[in-house]
Design a protein around this ligand. Structure first.
Ligand SMILES: [Zn+2]
Length: 130
């Protein structure tokens, strides 16, 4: 009788440990991959790096190195970056949606524009700057 009870408890314990380690892995995964900033490259040239923590809207145009008449609006909102109002023919950049994980990119081939999420500026820079 006693032995059986112990085994049952052991299985329960293992089950709990598995759940806990699963949760830890899940949180570690999220913390590791969330990007710190995005870099904007036009025709292979990096023109700007923006922190993902600041909400911003930038109209990229010939001013930034795009060809005359080309336009993409980059938004950063709640830690995610996405493009709207692109006047490229395929709209792939707009349809990509938002990116926020390190290594994710939004590419606008017709405009030679690449938005890439990087680890970038660490979030604890806040304390230093303030
Ligand atoms: Zn595009």
């Amino acid at each position: 009788m006693k032995e059986r009870k112990l085994r049952k408890n052991d299985i329960l314990l293992i089950g709990i440990l598995l759940v806990i380690s699963g949760l830890l892995f899940f949180f570690a995964y999220i913390a590791k991959d969330s990007g710190g900033s995005v870099t904007i490259s036009i025709d292979g040239l990096e023109i700007m790096e923006l922190p993902l923590k600041d909400d911003i809207r930038i109209e990229l145009s010939s001013e930034h190195g795009l060809e005359e008449g080309h336009r993409n609006t980059l938004h950063i909102k709640e830690g995610k970056a996405y493009i709207t109002d692109a006047n490229c023919p395929d709209k792939v950049c707009e349809n990509k949606g938002s990116v926020c994980y390190v290594g994710e990119t939004i590419v606008c081939l017709p405009h030679k524009l690449v938005i890439k999420v990087t680890e970038g500026i660490a979030s604890d820079m806040d304390g230093v700057a303030g």
